[in-house]
Structure formats: C-alpha cells, structure tokens
Design a protein around this ligand. Structure first.
Ligand code: ADP
Ligand code: 5GP
Length: 188
C-alpha cells in the first residue's frame, strides 16, 4: 500500500485557515483532517472530538510524557498537539492527512517527516487580519491582541514553507490550495 502524503497548513490566527480548509475538503476528495488536542476551552458551538479534543492540563501532561504527540507546542497561552498514532494509521492506510498547526509544530513535523508538504496561508495585509480576527468575535479583546502580536513572529517564518497562499478571496485561495494538493498527491 502506497503511503499517504502529509500536508501541513499554517498561518496566523484569523487568516481564514478553517474557512478555506472547508472549501478545500469539498474540492479534493479523500482528505483526512487530523483533529488536534488542546488545553484551551471550547468556543461556543465547538464539540469535543469534532474541532478539537479538549483536554485538561493533567491529561495533556500525561500524553506528553507517554510520547503520544507527533508534535506539540504552546500557542497563545495554551497547548496544542497532534496525536502520532492517528496520523500514522491514516498515512499507512494510504490516506492524505491534513494538519492545521502552528509554525513551531510544523517545523517539528518537517524534521521528523521531511517528505511532508508545508503550506503557509498569508493575509492580504496585517490590517485585514486584524479586521477578520475582531470580526469573528470569538476572543476577548486582549486575546485578539495576543494573537495579532504572535502573527508577526509567525509571518517571519513563512519563508521556511514549501508554498505560500494569500487568502484574499476564499474561493480563489481554496482553488489555489486544491491545485497544490492535486499536484503533490500525484507526485507521490
Ligand atoms: P483561522 O482558522 O485561520 O483562525 P477562520 O477561518 O476562523 O480563521 O477565519 C477568520 C474570520 O475571517 C472568519 O470570520 C471568516 O469568516 C473570515 N474570513 C476567512 N476568509 C476570508 C476572506 N478571504 N475574506 C474575508 N473574510 C474571511
Ligand atoms: P485556535 O485556538 O484559533 O483554534 O488555534 C490557534 C492556533 O493553534 C492556530 O494557529 C492553529 O494552527 C494552532 N494549532 C491547532 N492545533 C494545533 C496542533 O495540534 N499543534 C500545534 N502546534 N498547533 C496547533
């Protein structure tokens, strides 16, 4: 069985990763989304096991010490991690897997799995990013500021990625992303 390809999507909070990923999954059949673990609290409407596996600190600690994570990182004051076994099982079954993770986690994965495809989602401008983050209305003002501060550090690392896609318009960006996926899936 041919191993599936591993795709990593990163980009600052509020850039539209979740939005264009949803369109990507409608355009490209057979992609598997890796559901991350996090210690942050669920937002309104988020369901445990759907958007994330919501863990308390003690459980997260035990997963770290038992080496369950392919990668994990502290992002915006909380911890987030990808479960190794889930990803491995899907890749071994030949399925393409999508991780939506931050830059620290992405670099950890690339080191362990250099054949993975790293794609960075860029905002058209920092001003537009701010507008989207405030517009989404899911975080307190202070948390939005933290996320905007972190955005600049994340953007500085975008040059380490294999591809960069500007999310100017959802449909255009999702089409560009779908083309990258098709190209890379045919290559393997
Ligand atoms: P992320 O997953 O990167 O944190 P979201 O997908 O939650 O970002 O998008 C953040 C906000 O920006 C949402 O309110 C979403 O509807 C909006 N958004 C996403 N893409 C665009 C776009 N191309 N133009 C305008 N608004 C967008
Ligand atoms: P949010 O709290 O808005 O859902 O996500 C905040 C940030 O955490 C995003 O930039 C997202 O990419 C990142 N993130 C989500 N899951 C993971 C993960 O499993 N590992 C790492 N390193 N980052 C993650």
């Amino acid at each position: 069985m041919k191993r599936g390809r591993l795709f990593i999507l990163s980009g600052p909070s509020g850039v539209g990763k979740g939005t264009i990923r949803t369109r990507l999954f409608e355009k490209v059949a057979g992609l598997v989304y890796s559901i991350s673990c996090t210690t942050r609290r669920p937002r309104e409407g988020e369901i445990d096991g759907v958007q994330y596996r919501f863990l308390d600190d003690t459980t997260f600690d035990s997963y770290v010490s038992e080496n369950h994570f392919l990668e994990w990182a502290r992002v915006h004051d909380h911890r987030y991690g990808t479960l190794r076994e889930d990803v491995e099982a899907q890749l071994s079954a030949g399925n393409p897997v999508v991780l939506e993770i931050d830059v620290q986690g992405a670099l950890q994965v690339k080191e362990k799995m250099p054949e993975s495809v790293m794609i960075f989602i860029l905002p058209p401008s920092l001003r537009e990013l701010e507008k989207r983050l405030f517009g989404r209305g899911t975080e307190e003002k202070e948390m939005v500021r933290t996320r905007l501060r972190n955005a600049e550090a994340e953007l500085a690392l975008s040059g380490q990625y294999d591809y960069a896609v500007v999310n100017d318009q959802v449909e255009r960006a999702a089409s560009e992303l779908a083309e990258i996926f098709m190209k890379e899936m045919n290559r393997s």
